[in-house]
Design a protein around this ligand. Structure first.
Ligand code: FUL
Length: 485
């Protein structure tokens, strides 16, 4: 080997070593606090699940039972909880949260702490336990199971006194001892007002901030079910989205400053709907909405069941804006999800499957305006590799940048889906989507936040190249996934 060959070999080897060293030296981006907990991350990935409202109201045609309903009215004639879970599964939902007790106080399980339950109803001659039956059906159909237990109880004589809080906690203990895992616990914000209250027939007011002593109750449940997600108007794990119409704001921060003032405070709907860019806690929004006008089944609303297109719009304005969707599907008096609702749900699932059938960007080439430390770890191709754990990143000081994806040929596109790597915090404040037309880039959509997932609908257009332009971000943007449909 002559000296010059040896020299070039050595030069090549040292450059390779230098290159490898540089690659290793690229430090990962620091988190932008606050970041989600592991249980919140698992919850984000669920995206959508069902709410099931079922109690005496179903039989009395009410939305809020007064609390004086006789147990004998609870009498479903063809009850089949497996029809609920099969339908929910077929609709593409991943879980089910059941109203074990609504404001009327009637318990869907034979609680040892009250006579006001299924045990005194004609259902299965008092031997039924709807909570256990539904949980069992959820396990069979691989749906996660969640619990709603209304704090407000219009049946209890002692509602408003300390003994009621003990009753409420005993019931939670009873439920959490009998059922696990429970993925979500839903605490309703409606509290206090008129009611039967054991015959008192009066109006009762409680102080929502202090009466329930929530920290004690939450600790109790957390001790029994460490991974449960607590929903309430203001968290602590997930927050209400501020309306029951099926949308979170286009600007949707997972962060909010959760001081206890939120509990029962009016005038905060807008805040809950957007979150706060510099909020100090990670408390993402859950969008709760019913497939019908009411939360409970009423025959008179049979013609008002939301259509597949309406449900699709709700999907875009909830999951498509980085929130989770809890879609209420109330069983009818037979104890079945009504045929009209079933048809709508299956139609909705079909729309989602059709519109998001082929990700045109998957494994397609991508380039970025810049890459963190020029490292392959953070390169543009990470957004089209189908792996949400890899992400494109810029250098720390760069809060703008763009990603260009080449679909390989001209394609008709209608939706662009973008995801941030939220494990290191939510960052993007402003972005746009562009397509290349005759050699020029044209803006086809604008957006603000991205978060866990953002689906942007655009007027159908043909293009080969799509560009995501990050215009502003709290810190260097981290994009884990881009899909094009
Ligand atoms: C509200 C309740 O008052 C409704 O009846 C329903 O349960 C809804 C999900 O939450 O606060």
């Amino acid at each position: 080997m002559n000296r010059s060959v040896l020299n070039s070999g050595l030069i090549l080897l040292s450059s390779l070593l230098f290159f490898t060293a540089c690659q290793k030296a690229v430090t990962p981006p620091a988190p932008v606090l606050p970041v989600p907990t592991d249980r919140q991350l698992a919850w984000h990935e669920m995206e959508q699940y069902a709410f099931v409202h079922f109690t005496t109201n179903t039989f009395t045609d009410k939305e809020w039972g007064f609390g004086d309903e006789s147990e004998s009215v609870f009498n479903p004639t063809a009850m089949d909880v497996t029809q609920w879970t099969k339908t929910i599964k077929a609709a593409g939902l991943n879980g089910l949260v059941l109203t074990c007790k609504h404001h009327d106080g009637f318990c869907l399980w034979p609680s040892q702490y009250t006579e006001h339950s299924v045990k005194n109803s004609p259902y299965k001659a008092g031997k039924g336990n709807v909570v256990a039956e539904v949980e069992q059906a959820c396990r069979v159909d691989s749906l996660k199971f969640g619990v709603y237990l209304s704090p407000w109880d219009r049946n209890r004589a002692d509602y408003g006194s300390p003994s009621y809080v003990e009753y409420y906690r005993n019931q939670l203990k009873e439920l959490f001892e009998a059922h696990s895992p429970v993925f979500e616990m839903w605490f309703d914000g409606a509290n206090g007002g008129d009611g039967y209250y054991g015959g008192a027939n009066e109006k009762r007011k409680i102080d929502g901030k202090t009466y329930y002593d929530w920290p004690t109750t939450l600790n109790l449940i957390r001790g029994m079910e460490p991974n449960v997600i607590f929903f309430s108007d203001a968290g602590p794990d997930i927050r209400w989205c501020g309306n029951e119409s099926g949308y979170v704001n286009e600007t949707n921060w997972n962060t909010i400053t959760a001081d206890t003032l939120y509990a029962g405070k009016s005038g905060i709907s807008d805040l809950l709907n957007t979150g706060e860019e510099n909020g100090t806690s990670w408390i993402p929004a859950e969008v709760d909405v019913s497939i019908r006008p009411g939360w409970f089944y009423h025959a008179k609303e049979d013609s008002l069941v939301k259509t597949p297109e309406q449900l699709f719009d709700i999907y875009l304005s909830s999951v498509g804006r980085g929130a989770n969707l809890i879609l209420n599907i109330p069983p009818d008096r037979r104890g079945l999800i009504n045929e009209i609702d079933v048809a709508s749900l299956l139609g909705w699932k079909k729309l989602i499957d059709e519109r998001f059938s082929t990700n045109l960007a998957l494994n397609k080439s991508a380039k970025a305006s810049s890459v963190r430390g020029n490292s392959s770890v953070y390169e543009a191709a990470t957004v089209t590799d189908g792996n949400k754990e890899t992400y494109w990143a810029t250098n720390d000081e760069e809060k703008t940048g763009n990603l260009e994806i080449d679909l390989g040929e001209n394609k008709q596109i209608s939706y662009v889906l973008v995801q941030e790597y939220i494990k290191l915090g939510q960052r993007v404040k402003n972005f746009s989507v562009e397509i290349e037309k005759d050699g020029n880039w044209q803006e086809v959509a604008q957006g603000t936040t991205i978060g866990y997932k953002r689906i942007v609908k655009i007027a159908p257009v043909e293009a080969q190249k799509v560009r995501i332009v990050i215009k502003d971000s709290k810190a260097c943007p981290l994009i884990s996934n881009v899909e094009v449909y």
